[in-house]
Design a protein around this ligand. Structure first.
Ligand code: SF4
Length: 357
């Protein structure tokens, strides 16, 4: 049992200790090993001999209250009320009675929720909210997520990929989808700076704050129009100014689209953490099924499955065969848009908090 006393906070979430299933509290610090007994089912064994099971199911990225209630009913029925939502959009049902596993899986199937995402499988695709809530997004992360998921769905329920496959989608470079370190990253891109609508800027916006909010100092005052100007050479299309002022909209239906990056990972297993690198600089937004994006992602996954050694993550495989060979076997053209990422990355890419001008 944890020696830590639950702390009662006056705001935010309660102390995690209050949420632990009793079996986990009893065996705190005593877990000996765990194994994946089949896709989506984890078994943890304690030094005391107690066993604990986790059933991992893919969750809807946006769930209605009705759906959450149904999930809670399942947790009450099979897991004494214990479940958790993971940062990779899974639901994990925490089960102390092995005999409850099959019934839970059958009920999840009836709800249309797949069980899987463990070991060498495709993890749930993560994404930001993008167009659904956000004004800086250049694409619809949820729509792409669904389309790519449909194309690769079989890999969620199997564990015969060379290694884990983590796919992430972010609607813009502000990276709520954490795409900078995923095996395959899909990133919405703007290609033109915000339009300045002088009439709105002069009437509705606080100009000093608008100038101050730009991280690259691309915004300058335009006193004649009581407005601002934006230097297109300095603008990095982050959209932060639009959050401050409705007179500088960034969305552009003709120029906005999607880029694809590969080879990132967070874990330190074998090789260290790696950043994703640009492989496709631009694909058009083509809702509702984004066929161009799905085709490229499937092609990259297929060549990786054919060529990687066991437990070799996407980035490790590419480092072994070389980026030149990667571009050759995927048939993805290497263009002038890639040069910064592959030739000048160290001097020009900022990996710290400082802005370089
Ligand atoms: Fe500055 Fe970003 Fe606005 Fe460009 S989009 S002007 S970089 S705040």
């Amino acid at each position: 049992m944890s020696t830590q006393q639950p702390i009662k906070l006056d705001f935010g979430v309660v102390h995690y200790d209050l949420m632990l299933p009793p079996i986990i509290k009893r065996n705190y610090g005593k877990w000996k090993y765990h194994e994946i007994i089949k896709p989506g089912i984890l078994k943890h064994v304690s030094e005391t001999g107690e066993e604990f099971y986790t059933v991992r199911a893919g969750a809807p990225k946006f769930a209605s209250v009705d759906t959450v209630r149904k999930l809670c009913d399942l947790a009450d029925k099979y897991c004494d009320g214990y479940l958790r939502f993971t940062s990779r959009h899974n639901i994990e049902f925490l089960i102390s009675k092995k005999e409850n596993i099959d019934g839970l899986i059958a009920d999840l199937k009836k709800m249309g929720l797949p069980v899987g995402g463990t070991g060498n499988s495709m993890a749930s695709i993560i994404q930001c909210t993008a167009w659904m809530h956000c004004h800086t997004a250049a694409t619809d992360a949820a729509g792409i997520g669904k389309s790519v998921y449909d194309g690769l769905f079989e890999y969620f329920q199997r564990m015969d990929l060379p290694a884990k496959l983590k796919i992430a989608i972010s609607g813009c470079l502000n990276m709520c989808g954490a795409v900078h370190c995923s095996d395959i990253a899909i990133l919405g891109v703007h290609r033109v700076p915000p339009k300045v609508i002088d009439e709105i800027v002069s009437k509705a916006c606080e100009i000093p704050s608008l100038i101050a909010v730009c991280p690259t100092y691309a915004i300058k005052p335009n006193p004649k129009a009581k407005s601002i100007t934006i230097d297109p050479d300095k603008c990095m299309y982050c959209g932060i100014c639009y959050g401050m002022c409705p007179g500088v909209p960034l969305a552009d239906p003709k120029n906005d689209g999607v880029s694809i990056w590969v080879g990132g990972k967070v874990s330190s297993t074998r090789s260290g953490p790696m950043f994703s690198r640009l492989v496709v600089p631009y694909l058009p937004n083509n809702p509702p099924r984004w066929p161009e994006v799905v085709d490229v992602v499937k092609k990259i996954v297929n060549v990786w499955v054919d060529g990687a050694k066991k437990d070799e993550r996407m980035g490790e495989w590419i480092e072994r065969i070389g980026w030149g060979r990667f571009f050759k076997i995927t048939g993805i053209p290497f263009t002038d848009k890639h040069i910064d990422d592959y030739v000048f990355a160290i001097p020009s890419m900022s990996t710290g908090a400082q802005v370089r001008l």
